[in-house]
Design a binder for this molecule. Structure first.
Ligand code: HEC
Length: 137
C-alpha cells in the first residue's frame, strides 16, 4: 500500500480491519473454535449435501429457504426474505425460533456471542462455493 497520501493509508487500514467479520476470519484460533462449534450443527447439517437441514455450501449471499434441491424447508423460512450474511446469521443462530417463528430448525441456538462470532467467521470461509466447497444436490 502506498502511503504517499496519509488519508489513503488510513482508509486502507480501515478496509483491512473491516474484512472478515472484524478480523475474526483472519485469526486461525478463532476459525478453529468456530469449526468446533459447527460440530453441534453437524447432527443435521453438512457443508456439502443435504441432511435433516440444508447444505451450507454457498450460504452467504443466498436467500433463506433456497438451497437447490432441499425439500424440507418450512413455509416460515421460505417467506422470511432473509439474505444470509454475518448479521442475519448472528440474529438467527442466537435464537432460531424467535428470529423465524415457525422454523423447522429444532435447535435452541448458540447463546454465547463469541461462539457465534467464531462459528460465523469459520462458516464464511468454509461455505465459499467453488473454493472451499462444491454444492451438491
Ligand atoms: C436438529 C437439527 C438441526 C440442528 C442441530 C441445526 N439445524 Fe440448521 N436447520 C435445520 C433445518 C430442518 C433447517 C430448515 C429450517 C426451516 O426451513 O425452517 C435448518 C436451516 C438452517 C439455516 C437456513 C439455511 C437456508 O438454506 O436458508 C441455517 C443458516 C442453519 N440452519 C444453520 C445452522 C447452524 C449454524 C447450526 C449449528 C449451530 C444448525 N443450523 C443446527 C436443522 C438443524
Amino acid at each position: 500500500m502506498s502511503c504517499a497520501l496519509a488519508r489513503a493509508c488510513v482508509l486502507g487500514l480501515l478496509a483491512l480491519g473491516a474484512t472478515g467479520a472484524a478480523g475474526a476470519a483472519t485469526d486461525p484460533a478463532a476459525l478453529r473454535r468456530g469449526e468446533a462449534v459447527y460440530a453441534r450443527c453437524a447432527a443435521c447439517h453438512a457443508i456439502e449435501g443435504h441432511r435433516t437441514g440444508p447444505q451450507h455450501c454457498g450460504l452467504f449471499g443466498r436467500l433463506a429457504g433456497t438451497a437447490p434441491g432441499f425439500e424440507g424447508y418450512s413455509k416460515a423460512l421460505k417467506q422470511s426474505h432473509i439474505t444470509w450474511d454475518a448479521r442475519t446469521l448472528d440474529l438467527f443462530l442466537q435464537n432460531p425460533t424467535k428470529a423465524v417463528p415457525g422454523t423447522a430448525m429444532g435447535y435452541a441456538g448458540v447463546k454465547d456471542p463469541q461462539e457465534r462470532a467464531d462459528l460465523i467467521a469459520w462458516m464464511a470461509e468454509a461455505t465459499r462455493p467453488g473454493e472451499a466447497c462444491r454444492p451438491r444436490p
